[in-house]
Design a protein around this ligand. Sequence first.
Ligand code: ZN
Length: 93
Amino acid sequence: MENCKQCGGKFEITSEDLTHLSQLSPVFDGKKFSIPSPKKCPSCRQQNRLAFRNERTLYTRKCDLSGKQILSIYSPERKEIVYCEECYLKDLY
Ligand SMILES: [Zn+2]
């Protein structure tokens, strides 16, 4: 059992969790960069994800490629590059 760094509650990291993290860890140039095991319990992790991800507000802004007016979860002031779906798919293929 582990102690959550946020709430102090106990949580378990199973061998399946560790196998999963190992499978997700990226390999660059033959070197594996291991994803560390979690320091917070599942509900604190979920709470943190919800605090950082905007899933409730939509903004109107312009596509950074075509200039078309679009709806986005990123406000116009944010510095991320946001494409409309058409430009996004064009860029992929
Ligand atoms: Zn916790």
